[in-house]
Design a protein around this ligand. Structure first.
Ligand code: IPE
Ligand code: IPE
Ligand code: MG
Length: 248
């Protein structure tokens, strides 16, 4: 693939996070029900996971289901949960073959028992895999995560395990779901909306944002590579000057 040659293998994002949006609109444009859009979207998940693994990306976080998504019609929520279950069942072998470790962030206690069981089983079975982390955000909300972390840190403070003076941005981040995972370098949102929809609010402080109108079910390998090429064109300054970071 031509575009592959444009990618500098030494400057890959370590962590890519994706807001996979546009399944419903894709379905509508094909005069199909929304659920078919989600089903088709699962194929893009496979493609993107494989490509990230092949490129050597350390971590891929996929926004699979937000806390707000529980407010959708019951039939759609049920279908999304079934798709998740099918995905976990269907992809285990590939994860094992590819050395992919599955992790999950979000309010997992909100999941129904069969989904939770299958998820826990997959997390456990893949826990020794070392090639890449595939992190699914399920029943995830950024503000909810921050509030949860605050609650836990206060609990530890009251129990005398943390002194208030010790609370720093780094310590705080160890109370988040994403403990141990580096912050995302690149955030991709498909589906043409320009918002973060409560995704990884704390972790996104210095992520590079890439928005595309492509609907998630149409998102292919070349589209991911295009996002990485664009990422590599950016200069990440982290508050410093271009000169300081080795630019112009
Ligand atoms: C994203 O696609 C999938 C989930 C939020 C689970 P949408 O279902 O939001 O698709 P649109 O935005 O309605 O097109
Ligand atoms: C964000 O998409 C959540 C996921 C992709 C899982 P939504 O389609 O739910 O976002 P909003 O509500 O339009 O911002
Ligand atoms: Mg949407």
């Amino acid at each position: 693939m031509e575009i592959m040659k444009e990618i500098d293998p030494l400057r890959l994002p370590r962590h890519i996070a994706i807001i996979m949006d546009g399944n419903g609109r894709w379905a509508e444009s094909h005069t199909l029900g929304r659920i078919m859009g989600h089903r088709k979207g699962a194929e893009s998940v496979r493609t993107v996971t494989r490509t990230c693994r092949r490129l050597g990306i350390n971590c891929l976080t996929l926004y699979t289901f937000s806390v707000e998504n529980w407010l959708r019609p019951e039939a759609e929520v049920r279908a999304l949960m079934n798709l998740l279950l099918q995905y976990l069942e269907g992809e285990l072998q590939e994860m094992m073959d590819q050395g992919i470790r599955l992790t999950a962030i979000g309010d997992l206690d909100a999941l129904e028992v069969p989904v939770r069981k299958k998820l826990d089983e997959t997390l456990e079975k893949t826990s020794g895999n070392k090639e890449m982390i595939l992190n699914l955000a399920i029943s995830y909300g950024g503000r909810d995560e921050i509030a949860m972390a605050a609650k836990r840190i206060v609990g530890d403070a009251l129990a005398g395990k943390v002194a208030p003076e010790e609370i720093s941005k780094d310590l705080f981040s160890t109370y988040l779901y994403t403990v141990g995972v580096p912050d995302p370098d690149l955030l991709i949102r498909t589906g043409g909306e320009y918002r973060v929809s409560n995704f990884l609010l704390y972790q996104m402080a210095y992520a590079e944002f890439y928005f595309t109108d492509i609907l998630w079910p149409d998102f292919r390998e070349a589209d991911l590579l295009a996002a990485i090429v664009e990422y590599q064109r950016r200069e990440r300054r982290f508050g410093m000057t271009s000169e300081q970071v080795g630019g112009r």
